[in-house]
Write a protein that binds this ligand. Structure first.
Ligand SMILES: C[S@@+](CC[C@H](N)C(=O)[O-])C[C@H]1O[C@@H](n2cnc3c(N)ncnc32)[C@H](O)[C@@H]1O
Length: 290
């Protein structure tokens, strides 16, 4: 098997979809390579002491063109290494260039085409940070795919991201799972989801033991161990007794209302500007020739 730096790199356009590269040249790809190595190291750091990858089944959920997964190419001789993503072009590129790593083009909603209990370790880097209505269904799908006691690393945005994403200081009393820019396209980053640790404990904790957390790449990375439970997505999402559940929902309504107001004022600004230029054009046509 091959070290990542000896494997082909995806076209700039694909690489740049998952991480902003400084340039479309050697330096840009050094950045891509280093960032992938770092995510590999962060993942290994989170795993329990003595955890080995040999003979394991690994899944990178939302792998893009394999920024992180390519760093596990050497393990692919002694482990099953799989990635999935909804981005057809990225998956086509991986299938053509990163074998024996398996790459699967998945659907927007679950399920994935794997038997229950197929994987020992699944990770989802910067994916639950953008999933909205189907977030809980995906969490439970990954739960289904894990073997008993299997591990999931899912990253989420929280206190480090509040200013940038929501334009306000972090206050965990008003953040549960708060969705912003709900309909923003994937080409510009997709929807943005902020989560509090207490919310993750309450909801994800119904299906998983929260084993460990650390900050990496500007997000919280949580290592979760599958609990032996069967829950629907609705059961996972049902509000608990914590009064912050309601406070967070109320705040999310206010945040979305502010976004609507902002969009409206941009639209009005746009239509006022258009009306202004039309008037100018009409005025210039009405001007008498000297
Ligand atoms: C911010 S990128 C992160 C990519 C990769 N995990 C990394 O860290 O390089 C989010 C990825 O999630 C993928 N994605 C979004 N929704 C998905 C879904 N429902 N199932 C699988 N992948 C999805 C996107 O296509 C995109 O490649």
């Amino acid at each position: 098997m091959t070290a990542s730096s000896d494997l082909p790199y995806p076209p700039f356009e694909l690489a740049n979809r998952v991480i902003e590269l400084p340039s479309n040249d050697f330096a840009g790809y050094v950045h891509y390579e280093m960032a992938g190595r770092q995510t590999r190291d962060e993942l290994l750091d989170l795993l329990p002491d003595g955890y080995t990858l040999e003979g394991r089944s690994l899944l990178d959920f939302g792998c893009g063109a394999g920024r992180t997964l390519r760093q596990f190419h050497e393990e692919a001789s002694s482990a099953r290494v799989v990635g999935c993503d909804i981005d057809r072009e990225s998956i086509d590129w991986m299938q053509a260039n990163l074998a024996p790593i398996e790459a699967v083009c998945s659907e927007v909603d679950p399920p994935l085409p794997f038997e229950s209990g197929s994987f020992d370790f699944i990770w989802a880097i910067s994916v639950f940070t953008h999933l909205t209505g189907n977030s809980a269904a995906w969490l439970m799908e990954l739960h289904r795919l894990l073997k008993p006691g299997g591990l999931l690393m899912a990253s989420y945005m929280g206190e480090l991201n509040s200013e940038e994403v929501a334009g306000e200081p972090w206050d965990e009393n008003r953040i549960g799972m708060n969705v912003l820019r709900h309909s923003q396209g994937w080409d510009v980053g997709g929807p943005m989801v902020l989560m509090s640790d207490w919310w993750v404990d309450e909801h994800w904790g119904r299906a998983f033991e929260i084993r460990k957390r650390h900050f990496a790449g500007g997000q919280t990375w949580a290592l979760l161990e599958k609990k032996d439970v069967r829950l629907s997505a609705d059961e996972l999402m049902a509000a608990g007794d914590d009064p912050r559940e309601i406070a967070a929902l109320r705040h999310n309504v206010a945040q979305l209302q502010a976004e609507i107001d902002d969009l409206k004022s941009h639209q009005q600004g746009g239509s006022l500007a258009r009306a202004g230029s039309a008037l100018k054009r009409r005025a210039s046509r009405l001007r008498r020739p000297d």
